[in-house]
Structures are given as C-alpha cells and as structure tokens.
Design a protein. Sequence first.
Length: 278
Amino acid sequence: MKLLYPLAKRYIAGHDFRSAQFTAKELSDNGFALSFNYVGEYSKTLDEAIAARNQYSEILNYYQDKKIDLSIKLSQVGLLISPEDCEGLLQQIVEKAHNYGHTIRFDMEHSIITDKTLDLCLKLNQKYPETMGVALQARLFRTKDDMKELMNNNISVRLVKGAYVEKESIAHKSYQEIQENYLQLIELLGINMNRRCAVATHDETILKDILSKPDADRFDYEFIYGIRRDLQQSFKDQGQKVRIYLPFGENWLPYTWRRLREFKNLTFVVRSIFKEWF
C-alpha cells in the first residue's frame, strides 16, 4: 500500500487528519474554502460509525474559530446498521457544527438510501437551521422535486451529476441527458434558493454556461481535491467563491481506486492532468 500512496496523494489530502491539516492550510491561505471528508462508507459495525463521529468531532474542535464545511456519507455513520444510532451520532456532529457556526453537507449515495438521507437532513434542519446542506444528483429523475422541498426548508443544495449506477427507470443514462438536466436544475436553483448553494462539477460545458449568466456569483463552485486545479484557480481568480472537497483518512486506497478503476474515469483524470500542464 505504501508504494501506491505517492499516486494517491494527488487525490488525498493526507492519510490522517494531522497530515491533512498541512494541505488544508495551504489551500486556505490561498483563498479556497474547504469541505472535509473523512473517506469511508458502508461501516460494518457501530464501532466504525462511532470512529467516524469522533473524527468529525475532532475536525470541528480544531477549526472552531475558522469557518469550514463537512461532507458526510451517512452509510459511514451507521445508517445501514442502525438508523436510530446513526441519527444520534449525526445529531452530535451537527449540534457541534451549529454551535461553532460551521456547515454540514450530507453526501448523496446510492438511491436505496436517498429517502433516508433526505429525511434525516430535513429533521436535523428543524433543530439546527442554517447548518444543513445535502448533495443532489442531476442523474436522478426525482431530483427536481427533492430540490423544491429542500429549498422550501431553507436547506443548501450541492448539485452533482451523480456517480452511482442506477436503473433506467429512475435515472438519466446518457451524458447529454444528465448535462441538460443539470443546467435545468441550476436554473431552478438560482431562481428559488434562499441560502447559497453549490455547483459541483468539473464539466466545462456546464461551467461555461453558468458563468455566462448574470447571477453566476450567487453560487459556490466546488471541485474535488486534485482534479482540474487549473479550473479551481481560474474560478478563484475571477472572484468566484471556490470550495475544495478535501478527502483524507486511512481508507485512502479504496477512495483512490474508485477514482481510477473505471476506464472513463481514468481517461478523465489523464485529460485533467494534461489540461493543467498545457
């Protein structure tokens, strides 16, 4: 595993929180906002879920005087083990974030837990307003309705394309369909949002379309650490608020492998590096 870490370092901020702090400081000093993600999902035991809670609590304590964002996968915090325990662990994280003035965004996972993810987000939002956010996937047919409900409850939305393989009965399949739906959803979001929301994609066609609109600066622009650093810098130089999704942790190998294992993703990564250099 140690032999592979030099490759992973492009996409992982550190193998633990202490090492990730150096990357985070460099990015923050250069004007980027941060969203920390302790890599991992589908915890198999409650102890693993508690460990995730502890790690997120450590991040919040460390940055209590500096505004940050956390990106959390609910399956990592025990959603599929015990929804009740998961809710309890999440409430501890969200309460601390709320008290420190930080924000929380639930990452969206496979559609089998979309309802549970949104239900918990809405429930916690009632107790901790102005704190909650959630990712929605442009790939899914249901996203327009979900977005309207979240906006009605003043919950911040991070719009992503969606990386999970879903059935044709519930999701767009072609690149063009997903792209078109993304732009339609962003237009809806721009008209109706009460809190700042996030455009989270590296798709230059989508980004150029959004930037051409007069209200482009209403959004935050989120990029994954290590991908298209040239775009990240360009958007910041144009005066846009740029947030970096910052993964770290001992489970860096599965995360890196997921980024590279599919040929399409590998091609994207190679092209991204080429564009950064040339």
